[in-house]
Design a protein around this ligand. Structure first.
Ligand code: JUQ
Length: 150
């Protein structure tokens, strides 16, 4: 059981390191553009780095929740791959947004799509597990045994 989850743990840890990297970039941008706390706004170059970090942080709890729900109840391997794709998308989002507001869009759409896939896997996994545990019906078994009738 724990052995199956090591990929999810690795992706989660990589995500935490990525968030730390984004936060470091905000610290550097504060120095570069002389924006001292508690100020959160400065030249557009600073604002974009600041917002990119804040937006990635805002979605991190949602990402971790669906990564693990999908990993535990659907497939640890597929979820880990989706997790890597999401983190890659968010990295490109951060770099793109740091350059221009327009540059964030393509990676943002990509990350949002990967998140929808993880939400889909999570939903399937939870509904199937619910049926197995509480209704004692295995939907996968039902579909397989109905196939010869088609
Ligand atoms: C909220 C809750 C769940 C979403 C996709 C999938 C699931 C996102 C919207 C962002 C940003 C950044 C910016 C990664 C149409 C439903 C979701 C979900 C949103 N969507 N926005 C925005 C703030 O630069 O504008 O990071 N991320 C999303 O998903 C699409 C939304």
């Amino acid at each position: 059981m724990m052995d199956d989850m090591v990929g999810l743990a690795a992706v989660s840890l990589l995500g935490v390191l990525e968030q730390a990297y984004f936060s470091l970039q905000v610290i550097y941008a504060r120095r570069k553009f002389s924006v001292s706390p508690p100020r959160t706004s400065g030249p557009p170059e600073f604002d974009r780095v600041f917002r990119a970090q804040a937006n990635c942080a805002e979605y991190f709890p949602i990402f971790i929740t669906v990564l693990w729900t999908s990993g535990v109840f659907f497939s640890p391997g597929l979820s880990s791959v989706c997790g890597l794709l999401y983190l890659y998308g968010r990295f490109r989002y951060f770099c793109g947004y740091s350059q221009s507001a327009q540059g964030r869009l393509a990676p943002l759409y990509f990350s949002a799509q990967v998140l929808w896939v993880l939400i889909g896997f999570s939903s399937l996994g939870v509904v199937f597990s619910f049926c197995r545990v509480y209704l004692r019906v295995d939907p996968i078994q039902v579909v397989w045994s109905a196939l010869p009738l088609v």
